[in-house]
Design a protein around this ligand. Structure first.
Ligand SMILES: Cc1ncc(COP(=O)(O)O)c(C=O)c1O
Length: 490
């Protein structure tokens, strides 16, 4: 899908005096005039004056300028941009779920509480943890809750010398931010030549007795399974340190292996990545956490319990809890969507998610493995990391490949992350894409690799790309650091 290289005029630029989308009956105008003089505006608010048709066209045109998962493949590694099935939206828009007030007394909210309880049970079964809290609003908040609980565990035991957290160098930035926010010092851990953590390195780091825990992403952010996770967890427990697992990549393990069984003490789920609730834009999310028995007492309060008569209640009597971290027990409609997805697929369907995600990522790895440098030459999990090593010699870098992809109608993969791979191109096809879509993506990537070898390739294809979008190549650093979102009349 290529979008036209046109600039949409802003609504304020289309404004003409007297254009309006409604006409108020004179009775209403009379009512407006009854507003006391001191409360009335002294001047007009300067809103654009547009007809209804202009407004409809304006927003419809703007929406076509957006690339979205509904318009094409979105192979952003680590972000897991899956299709959000419409059945989830249908269930979440049931007025009985939609209109319930968050302060509804428990006796009138038993249906919603039973849904939350069932989701907790499903997540428990999928992950192997003792207990679940659905409170956190996003993956990053789930991480924060997890490390706060690890801190509460050590504080209760008087382990005041444990001031450091081990974090692999390939980790997502939120891991380090979380550890620091919880008062820990970050100790970066290098991966071995196979791209994973080695037990020996972990042992060396733990020798001084000041390690409170480790934050592991598994599969890690280069798409490789941490094969020594069981041994690493065992060693950490031997030195009274705990294991946090970043669950952002859980979509590679569903029904295949359970972090709780591997010795992990706490993990956040990204319901939006693994269980197809909507993504991004800062909207409501759910970063549920699962814990082992060690951390159960520290879970956020309240905890949802099922009583012997089958009814549900919120348990607030939890003296060792880290407290409440999200108002109204989290974002309920995200839970409705996630449970719909889990119930729709059932155990076999859930397992198939990960199998298909892994298969497609390996398809990409093999299909592009000659034209591009593959960071780690071995089977991957649900994502694969390539780099621009072979193209750089022709003057074509990762950023140029990504921008050229846009001109060929495809959203680029994640680039320059993880930081440990120079010029990284991180591709996650996800299981919701068909083989045909993934092959189409591969063909475009192969076309770009071939173009990069042509003489004068940079000037021909890459300089200034993307060229087919409303905004062409921008200075991304300036755009991120010097954000100006106000409009000024020229
Ligand atoms: C590996 C990893 N961990 C944590 C997060 C944070 O999750 P969220 O965006 O839900 O806060 C992300 C998000 O991209 C991630 O990729």
């Amino acid at each position: 899908m290529t979008r036209k290289n046109i600039r949409f005029p802003l609504s304020i630029e289309q404004s003409r005096p007297g254009h309006t989308g409604f006409s108020l009956p004179s009775k209403t105008i009379g009512a407006v005039n009854e507003i006391p003089e001191n409360l009335r505006r002294k001047s007009t608010p300067g809103l654009p004056e547009l007809s209804e048709l202009q407004v409809v066209r304006h927003f419809t045109n703007l929406s076509t300028a957006n690339y979205s998962i509904d318009s094409g493949m979105y192979p952003l590694g680590s972000c897991t941009m899956k299709y959000n099935p419409r059945i989830n939206e249908k269930t979440a828009s049931n007025p009985k779920f939609l209109n319930i007030h968050p302060r509804t007394p428990d006796k009138f909210a038993q249906g919603c509480m039973s849904l939350m309880y069932e989701l907790q049970m499903c997540l428990k079964e999928i992950s192997g943890f003792e207990q679940i809290s659905l409170q956190p609003a996003a993956g990053a908040q789930g991480e924060y809750v997890g490390i706060r609980m690890i801190r509460a565990y050590h504080d209760l035991k008087g382990n005041h010398k444990k001031t450091k957290i081990l974090i692999p160098e390939s980790a997502h930035g939120t891991n380090c931010a979380t550890a620091v926010m919880c008062g820990y010092q970050v100790v970066p851990v290098k991966a071995n030549e196979r791209g994973i953590l080695s037990l020996e390195t972990i042992k060396e780091h733990c020798a001084a007795g000041d390690i409170a825990g480790i934050m592991i992403t598994n599969p890690n952010t280069v798409g490789l399974f941490e094969e020594d996770i069981v041994k690493i967890a065992k060693h950490l427990h031997e030195v009274d340190a705990l294991v946090y697992c970043d669950g952002a990549n859980l979509n590679a393990k569903l029904g295949l292996t359970r972090p709780g069984d591997a010795g992990v003490d706490v993990m956040h789920f990204n319901l939006h990545k693994t269980f197809t609730t909507p993504h991004g834009g800062g909207g409501p999310g759910c970063g549920a956490v699962g814990v082992s028995a060690r951390l159960q007492p520290h879970l956020p309060t309240p905890i949802l319990l099922k009583k012997s008569d089958g009814s549900f209640e919120w348990d607030t009597n939890r003296p060792s809890s880290i407290g409440s971290i999200k108002d109204y027990n989290g974002h309920f409609l995200m839970m409705v969507r996630a449970l719909t997805y889990i119930r729709e697929l059932g155990p076999e369907g859930i397992r198939k998610i990960s199998r298909d995600a892994i298969l497609l990522a390996n398809y990409v790895r093999v299909r592009l493995g000659e034209a591009y440098h593959v960071a780690f030459e071995r089977p991957c999990m649900h994502e694969v990391v390539l780099s621009d090593k072979k193209q750089k010699g022709h003057g074509v870098k990762t950023i140029d490949i990504a921008k050229r992809l846009i001109d060929l109608g495809i959203h680029p993969p994640t680039i320059y992350f993880p930081l440990i791979v120079d010029g990284a191109i991180m591709i996650e096809p996800t299981e919701t894409e068909s083989l045909e879509e993934v092959e189409n993506f591969c063909l475009k990537m192969l076309q770009i690799a071939a173009e990069a070898e042509e003489s004068d390739a940079f000037a021909k294809y890459f300089a200034g790309a993307p060229k087919t979008t409303p905004t062409t190549r921008i200075n991304e650093t300036k755009a991120a650091r010097d954000l100006v979102l106000s409009w000024k009349e020229l």
